[in-house]
Write a protein that binds this ligand. Structure first.
Ligand SMILES: C[S@@+](CC[C@H](N)C(=O)[O-])C[C@H]1O[C@@H](n2cnc3c(N)ncnc32)[C@H](O)[C@@H]1O
Length: 258
């Protein structure tokens, strides 16, 4: 990919060429995209601003103290916006080394981790992050729906999971949306988390597959979801502590040896 400035139509053509690719090809595609930020700006990409404002409206706590996991962090647009609001501790994950190199240039991440999600497990310990955020990658050929459960696992009990996705048109996207809705609902029924808010935007970014008969710029709509991971109840805390003490007790180790 050349480094010279592209027109909106050229960026659109580039994104259209990525359609229908699997995760490995998506990785290769993003690996060589050194002008990602300026190219996405050509398409009025507002998803990071939309997602961060949405999260921030509900967040209460000391921003500087919380641990944030930025999943599919790309070049770091989400983290840059969050740092302007006072968040300070970021770990980024992305499937593309090229994108992680761009993210590293921001100097905002404590750690950047390479993982092709859906193939590789999410590289985050269970119950570690106060906020898990994922913007712009819940789509067919990008991050599969099954990864949503891993986002929840990475959050601390009581932590927040914020997901933002564009509503692209087409049968494949419709099917993905149905699967996502089903998984979100199922996880709620399983008591893993509760929904705090859902917000819709008419202006997620310019449409990458506009109708040729349409005049002017057409925007894609998008949705942001905010979930709160279930807190541990006192009974569960006691159970976990007693399990830990039992395992640590010399008698138990003795019994395990025999
Ligand atoms: C449209 S960009 C969004 C980046 C950033 N969140 C933002 O809003 O600017 C999509 C990102 O998802 C990453 N990605 C796509 N599929 C992935 C996967 N299966 N695992 C990890 N990262 C993936 C790409 O490498 C790319 O950086």
């Amino acid at each position: 990919m050349s480094d010279c400035r592209k027109t909106a139509d050229q960026v659109r053509a580039l994104l259209q060429s990525c359609k229908g690719n699997g995760p490995q090809q998506t990785r290769t595609f993003y690996d060589s995209w050194s002008t990602y930020e300026q190219d996405f700006a050509m398409l009025n990409y507002r998803a990071p601003n939309f997602g961060v404002d949405f999260l921030d409206a509900t967040f209460c706590g000391t921003r500087a103290d919380v641990q944030v996991l930025d999943v599919a962090c790309g070049s770091g647009l989400v983290t840059k916006l969050m740092s302007e609001l006072g968040f300070r501790n970021f770990v980024g994950v992305d499937g593309s080394e090229g994108m992680l190199d761009l993210a590293a240039q921001s100097g905002l991440y404590q750690d950047l981790r390479l993982a092709l999600l859906g193939t590789d497990p999410l590289p985050a310990q269970t119950g570690t992050f106060d906020v898990v955020i994922l913007v712009g990658a819940l789509s067919p050929g990008f991050i599969p729906v099954s990864v949503v459960r891993e986002l929840c696992h990475a959050a601390k009990p009581g932590g927040l999971v914020c997901m933002v996705r564009g509503e692209h048109r087409g049968a494949e996207h419709d099917m993905y949306q149905c699967d996502l809705q089903r998984e979100l609902q199922l996880m709620e029924e399983e008591g893993l988390w509760g929904q705090l808010a859902v917000q819709h935007t008419d202006r997620y970014m310019n449409d990458t597959f506009p109708d040729p008969d349409q005049q002017g710029e057409l925007f894609l709509s998008g949705t942001a979801y905010l979930y709160k991971k279930k807190e541990l109840h006192n009974k569960e805390v006691c159970l976990q502590v007693s399990r830990f003490l039992f395992r640590a007790s010399p008698n138990h180790r003795e019994r395990a040896r025999n």
